[in-house]
Design a protein around this ligand. Structure first.
Ligand code: CAA
Ligand code: NAD
Length: 286
């Protein structure tokens, strides 16, 4: 089986942009598909900024940046993904949107051996595989935020994923992108979010209940447990809309109180306070 040369990414937000960036930096030809021109322009500008940041910190040269940019194309037409060998879906954490997208991707991507992967944080892969006629080529390939920095990729086969698909995705993540993988069963939240999300939600409840200030909750975990950032700042980094959506699918799967989104989290999302990406969440980024 050939290595991946042509990568498609659907959704050019926080995660899709990061996945596209590491793909292009690894020498792949990458097409990023967004909903409209404005979203495509915003995604492209974030990605260019991130590449410039990598130049400034000495991780890549200006020539590397220019070469990566020349391998990246932004589109608003899903049909442009017809020749892709692997497509990673990174749209909003919404089961219906993702199921619709997998149905369309299955129609558009011509190579019957091409892999359709999801970067979902919590939605069962079997539900996405069931929307296609190629369930053996569907799996979860779950990256971590920020993608250019964090080493991990969780590989999540569904009950229907083929061995060859899993092996090919493993080679893509490790040999081509230089990531490290772990494998997880197809259960909402997989390994990392099953542990992380109840912790983040507990921090929101603690803040909501007036136990301590946001700064003190975060300092507690940074200074007391050597975490790189505290849970409320991390919730802001993930995106509060995304965190609430992950909580909803984990609650639907397990029905446990510690997966329920606290009212304050929902109200902040209702108010447009989505964390760092919107300029304000538990902290102000303006
Ligand atoms: N994109 C690219 N590079 C970035 C970046 C970004 N968004 N943010 C930081 N970096 C790079 C910086 O360029 C810097 O690189 P150098 O050391 O080469 O200069 C390095 O990361 C450190 O950055 P900073 O000095 O600016 O900041 P920091 O030391 O505070 O680190 C951080 C920032 C990398 C975000 C760090 O705080 C961290 O790792 N936090 C935890 C993140 C985490 O837990 N992510 C998982 C979220 S859960 C998830 O992803 C799963 C899900 O489904 C929700
Ligand atoms: P985001 O809100 O930053 O970006 C989502 C992007 O998808 C938006 O730019 C939106 O315009 C685009 N989009 C929506 N519907 C689309 C469609 N039909 N076609 C093309 N583009 C479409 O979200 P994100 O944080 O990048 O999360 C994306 C996925 O990755 C989610 O499933 C999320 O759970 C998962 N994830 C998120 C994180 C995180 O820390 N934010 C980490 C790992 C995984």
């Amino acid at each position: 089986m050939t290595e991946i040369e042509r990568l498609g990414v659907v959704g050019g937000g926080l995660m899709g942009g990061g996945i596209a960036e590491v793909g292009a930096r690894a020498g792949l030809d990458v097409i990023v598909c967004e909903v409209d021109d404005e979203a495509a322009r915003a995604g492209r500008s974030r990605l260019w900024k991130s590449l410039n940041r990598a130049v400034q910190s000495g991780k890549i040269t200006e020539a590397d940046r220019d070469a990566a940019q020349s391998r990246l194309l932004f589109s608003t037409d899903l049909a442009d993904l017809d020749d892709r060998q692997l497509v990673v879906e990174a749209i909003a954490e919404d089961e219906k949107l993702k199921v619709d997208l997998f149905t369309r991707l299955d129609e558009v991507v011509a190579d019957p051996e091409a892999i359709l992967a999801s970067n979902t944080s919590s939605i069962p892969i079997a539900k996405l595989a069931g929307a296609t006629k190629r369930p053996a080529q569907v799996l979860g390939v779950h990256f971590f935020n920020p993608v250019p920095v964090l080493k991990l990729v969780e590989l999540v086969p569904s009950l229907l994923t083929g061995e060859q698909t899993l092996a090919r995705a493993e080679r893509f993540a490790t040999e081509q992108l230089g990531k490290q993988t772990i494998r997880a069963q197809d259960r909402s939240g997989f390994v990392v979010n099953a542990l992380l999300v109840p912790y983040l939600l507990s921090a929101v409840r603690m803040y909501e209940g007036g136990f301590a200030t946001a700064e003190d909750i975060d300092d507690g975990m940074v200074l007391g447990c050597a975490h790189p950032m505290g849970p409320l700042r991390l919730a802001d980094l993930v995106g509060l809309d995304t965190l609430a959506a992950i909580a909803d699918s984990m609650y639907a799967e397990y029905g446990e109180a510690h997966h329920a989104a606290p009212p304050l989290l929902r109200r902040m999302v209702d108010a447009g306070l989505k964390g760092k990406k919107s300029g304000k969440g538990f902290y102000d980024y303006s």
